[in-house]
Ligand binder design. Sequence first.
Ligand code: THU
Length: 133
Amino acid sequence: MESARLFALAQEAAKASYSPYSKFRVGAALLCSDGSVFTGANVENRSFGLTICAERSALVAAVSAGKRDFVGIAIATPDADYPVSPCGACRQVLSEFLKPEAPIVFGSSPAKLVEATVGQLLPSDALHELADR
Ligand code: THU
């Protein structure tokens, strides 16, 4: 699947964002090696630190459905006027399952897409020798 299509699914996923505190919607679309796609949105909480990012929502949904092999992920942040990259926690969690070469596409709109890899966003990956990916 091309990254523009995956990004469109991330944009759609952002519509389900529960973000009454930040009012910052995020959607993620995770492409599995079998071609299936799992999406997620950010889910906030009145105890702010319990917020779950869109990337982790998508990953947890996919892994909970039995998926383990992933090709890449797209992240849509429609409320930003610049491309917002995944937070540090999500970079670490994504790196558990996605290879360092896996693409991460992110942007606020299809016209402003940035593509990076897991390895670029998480260099000097700690404990990489323990990860099965
Ligand atoms: N957020 C994500 O869902 N993913 C990111 O990569 C950055 C931040 C969410 C968390 C919070 O609900 C809102 O965006 C503002 O930080």
